[in-house]
Design a protein around this ligand. Structure first.
Ligand code: NAD
Ligand code: ZN
Length: 385
């Protein structure tokens, strides 16, 4: 059976140590009003200073919207979109992690009063691109600068839901390694493992295809071989640059393939307990990949041959896949990311609710090569309780 596959990408991608300076040329095209989406952490770290200076030099009017909370609910995202609409802007710049970029992407398709974020939870494809958008990621990362996704909390369901609409794909992406130079270690570690999950999940997904594999494998190579150095050595700019590129590639892989049961079972942990997205994925990475191993060991062996630089090509598939799983586990341990829900005071009585909520994320569970039954989900959650 011939299965079709496709890829949609941001139109313009500029990467390097001085990518942000390219902003001057991009906005010198008759733009009247820019809204910069960012958050307090980014402003405090001074990461908006250079983009602001370039906009001022270009003489373009701008406003900053910086009240975006980490991992916003759809109500919070709507409040930001409403702020945005008042500004009558014709260009959006997002400077931040996934939380900021996801809100900016929603604003780019909800600039008129026709639809609200809530409408897109039910019918994501309703809205069309209205405002040109430019993403500057400051974590490495969600890859949100590459994807058509916007993830919002839905408090009523104690879940996070991904709104997927290709119209949200950014028009410009600036990958500038200075943006992640001083990323605090816990954020670098959690967001780095999120990118790692994107790469390995997309490569082992039922939706994987030749295009997504190209990006997923390169992402896996860049991330697995640089994540520890990038997160633990403040001076390792080279490793950080590779993480930024790897996380972008992993985002591209999501767009053509899709994440699997790690992300599916992770959404209730974010939605109900507000555990950071990268942390909840890190907790589930090893339990889910071990569960998946029988169905994906050939793929893990392919990944081994690509990623492990001094690897022994003569090892068996079982040995190679076991080594890959041990490496994933080691990364989470070395980076000191919490691996138990106990650290977040999640009681065992919540198990049934977690299983029910996790099983609702069918959008991603269908991508998992080994079927996940409610009983399987229960066993996986029990491992991290
Ligand atoms: N759209 C997608 O494709 C996609 C993919 C994965 C995750 N997500 C979503 O993205 C959100 C998480 O994004 P995130 O992990 O990038 O974190 P985040 O955007 O929530 O940021 C976390 C914290 O880090 C701070 N921060 C970010 N960059 C910094 C820097 N360079 N220096 C100092 N502080 C910095 C922020 O101020 C914030 O307090 C979640 O809602 C998740 O569901 C979206
Ligand atoms: Zn993710």
């Amino acid at each position: 059976m011939l299965v079709d596959y496709s890829l949609k990408m941001p139109k313009n991608i500029i990467a390097g140590e001085h990518a942000i300076e390219q902003l001057s040329g991009i906005i010198a095209t008759g733009i009247k009003k820019i809204v910069i989406f960012t958050d307090k952490g980014i402003l405090g770290a001074g990461l908006a200073d250079l983009p602001k200076a370039l906009i001022e030099k270009a003489g373009v009017d701008y406003t900053i919207i910086s009240e975006i909370p980490a991992e916003p609910s759809y109500h919070e995202a709507q409040a930001m979109v409403d702020e945005f609409k008042k500004e009558q802007a014709d260009f959006i710049i997002a400077i931040g992690g996934g939380s900021v970029m996801d809100v900016a992407k929603l604003a780019s398709i909800l600039a008129t009063d026709e639809y609200k974020v809530k409408d897109l939870l039910d019918v994501p494809l309703l809205a069309k691109k209205q405002i040109t958008s430019l993403m500057i990621p400051t974590t490495a990362g969600t890859g949100a600068e590459a994807t058509p996704n916007s993830i919002v909390g839905v408090p009523e369901k104690e879940l996070k839901i991904g709104i997927v609409n290709p119209e949200m794909i950014a028009d410009y992406v600036l990958l500038d390694s200075r943006m992640i130079k001083n990323l605090p270690k816990p954020i670098a570690a959690a967001t780095g493992v999120d990118a790692l999950c994107h790469a390995i999940e997309c490569f082992t997904s039922a939706k994987a295809n030749p295009i997504s594999n190209t990006f997923a494998l390169e992402a896996l190579d860049l991330i697995m071989n640089n994540i520890i150095e990038a997160c633990t050595n403040p001076a390792a700019l080279e490793a950080k640059s590779r993480m930024l590129l790897g996380s972008f590639y992993a985002g591209v892989a999501i767009t053509s393939s899709g994440t699997t049961a790690v992300h599916a079972l992770s959404y209730p942990l974010g939605g109900k307990y507000h555990i950071a997205h990268g942390v909840s994925n890190a907790m589930l990475l090893t339990p889910v990949m071990k569960f998946n191993q029988p169905a994906i060991k050939d793929l893990l062996a392919v990944a081994y041959d690509r990623v492990v630089k001094d690897g022994d090509k003569e090892l068996t598939v079982d040995q190679k896949s076991a080594y890959m799983l041990s490496q994933l586990e080691e990364i989470v341990q070395v980076l000191e990311i919490p691996t138990s829900l106990k650290e977040f005071n999640v009681p065992e009585e919540d198990l049934d609710g977690l299983v029910a909520a996790g099983m609702e994320v069918t959008r991603l569970l269908v991508n998992n090569k080994r079927e996940v039954t409610p009983e399987d989900a229960r066993k996986i959650y029990l491992e991290i309780l």
